[in-house]
Design a protein around this ligand. Sequence first.
Ligand SMILES: NC(=O)c1ccc[n+]([C@@H]2O[C@H](COP(=O)([O-])OP(=O)(O)OC[C@H]3O[C@@H](n4cnc5c(N)ncnc54)[C@H](OP(=O)(O)O)[C@@H]3O)[C@@H](O)[C@H]2O)c1
Length: 302
Amino acid sequence: MTEQSPSIASAGRYALGPRQVRRIGYGAMQLAGDNVFGPPRDRDEALRVLRAAVAGGVNHIDTAQYYGPGVVNELIREALHPYPHDLAIVSKVAARRDESGAVLPYDEPHQLRQGIEENLATLDIDRLAAVNLRMVDRTVAPGKRFDAQLAELVQARDEGLIDGIGLSNISREHLLRAADQTEIVCVQNLFNLADQRSFDVLQECTNRGIAFVPFCPLGWPRGTQNQILTSPVLADLGKQLRATPAQIALAWLLGLAPGILIIPGTRTRTHLAENLGTAAVRLDEASRAELSRHFPAPHRPT
Ligand SMILES: NC(=O)c1ccc[n+]([C@@H]2O[C@H](COP(=O)([O-])OP(=O)(O)OC[C@H]3O[C@@H](n4cnc5c(N)ncnc54)[C@H](OP(=O)(O)O)[C@@H]3O)[C@@H](O)[C@H]2O)c1
């Protein structure tokens, strides 16, 4: 895998707080069972995917205690512990799963602290590279409660449990309010060719030098309904550029702004290799214009 894959180093690095991480990372959520609940369909392959990601140069892995719950963190620990010194493991807090798999809020300040400690314990690590405060609803304006949640993460950072504070599923208003109070190292929002509603947040991150980590970079839903992976436009561009539709979608993201860190998720080494191979794909202006025509960004401010 490592010898045959093109080096992801050519996609560059970007700051994630005090660290520089490669711009192509790995999102581990898919490794849990269906609906991100319970054990993986193929545990051995899940472990191999994680090891192959790191062997392929990935040094930024996204996870959460509530993936599984606990399942994904345990796989990461089993596959990769003791961790490479440059591996940035980023998690998120503010949700939990119940016995039936339902996702419930876990976002009182003391629960955020609990969430960080649970991540540290299952990953068997002293400190996380960053933890994202994952908002349930980005349309709810931030207020005193948001400030109290943020203060809890500041406390955890001051105590050395985390290196950086991130925000997830937020509006630009959340980012502005948070950045007034403390340093924010990353923002993780839904963003892909077919859903660019967070363009204003991306822009704000770019202006401030904050890493922007688009989740679901390959789109949602999966399968035949996926507007990105089934798009004839991406298939045609892929033929011209000798790339797959997934690589076109990921290369488009990497070309949007230098601070975009991608974390595509997969359960297979085949797709992992393809996603890492995005480093070798460059979209010229004509290709980007073609994509913009078919995937317009109606919410972009002019
Ligand atoms: N902050 C948040 O609230 C939040 C929310 C969602 C996700 N995330 C994070 O973001 C990461 C990425 O998002 P995601 O995993 O939901 O979505 P994604 O990366 O857009 O897509 C993953 C899906 O695409 C398939 N896939 C992956 N590579 C492919 C390829 N080269 N060709 C065709 N299909 C491919 C995967 O199936 P196979 O397994 O078959 O490859 C999987 O079903 C997650 O893993 C998670 O860490 C964060």
